[in-house]
Design a protein around this ligand. Sequence first.
Ligand code: FAD
Ligand code: DHB
Length: 390
Amino acid sequence: MRVQVAIIGSGPSGLLLGQLLGKAGIETVIVDRSSREHILGRVRAGVLEEGTVALMNRAGVAARMQAEGLPHDGFSLAFDGRDHRIDLFGLTSGKRVMVYGQTELTRDLIGQREADGHPTIYEASNVTPHDFDGTTPYLTYDKDGKTHRIDCDFIAGCDGFHGVSRKAVPEKAIRTVEKVYPFGWLGILSEVPPVSDELIYANHARGFALCSMRSRTRSRYYIQCALDEKIENWSDARFWDELRRRLPAHHAEAMVTGPSFEKSIAPLRSFVAEPMRFGRLFLVGDAAHIVPPTGAKGLNLAASDVHYLFNALLEHYHDRSNAGIDAYSVRVLARVWKAVRFSWWMTTMLHRFPEAGDFEQKIQEAELDYLTHSRAAETVLAENYVGLPY
Ligand code: FAD
Ligand code: DHB
């Protein structure tokens, strides 16, 4: 098989890139090690920046998101038994975010790819990028007892943190920076109406909590937990009890509870690999960078990488210019590092760190107090939360 762009990974970054390129008449194939069912069943992010929404529109896959997604004009910071609303819309001259689950976004993108007849190979093992430093890159993978080869002009490594693309790069050509946080998030999905119309990010002595949603009847809630916490120790009743204890009384009293149908623990880390281009191989999304989920930047960063790569490839194929390709890594990383900084800051401000002493505690309180009394401080939070410009 020969295509112009071979994409490793059928997550949001690979699917969005494939859809944009397909609409522009550029041929792609997506190769993923997982099954279609597994990919469609994953529950992850839930908040889309306007830039991500615009890319979904440009890719022609925004109809269901526009109909069913929930535009949010603000969110709440809860601490010290009270709420402080961050007026995203007012602070950013009219920007908002869209609450729409990654699961739904993935479903829309896979559905459109199938309707358009672009190929995806699922359950491919030993996917390997070759010769990306030269002019004739190709991929190999194993499936049904055979090794297959895909020749291409470029390889997009959209295969997440545990993928092969980053690992295929010689160690001396890549630098990684990492910070691991000493806690995780325990999250549930439950078919109950959200406790509030807007998201609540809560700082509490027992640990951070986040009240989010997927729709008006489906809630997504998270609580900070120890890294060695075992999911089987968390009955639904224990989760609800702990969540309530971390929220101001009026929310705790209003909370509707019910059985959870998804429950998982995610570790928190910041990680960046630099550069993000190696000849004809590009790293995109989680393959190159991970942020802690506080601030909802992971999926949105994957989308902004796609924006830069899509435009670079368009310039290559339509304008015969490699300027965008040459600039890809520098442009993307400038934006990535700002989101890494923001996610780290939100995480630091809202979580209980096991090693924190009185000093760290007082600084956290001062930070929250400053945020609630300074429009300038609120504006910094709001402009980062809705997403910095591309
Ligand atoms: P992925 O979604 O990881 O997709 C990578 C794809 O590559 C997968 O389909 C995988 O099967 C495939 N792949 C992997 N290895 C190989 C291989 N060797 N060969 C072929 N294919 C391969 N972000 C938020 O903003 N908010 C959240 O609440 C949030 N929660 C998260 C919870 C969890 C448990 C995780 C893991 C992530 C979460 N994120 C969250 C981050 C967000 O989901 C990611 O940033 C986003 O999925 C990145 O998209 P991606 O396409 O780059 O990578
Ligand atoms: C969700 C996750 C986040 O990390 C966040 O900051 C907001 C919402 C969510 O899963 O809904």
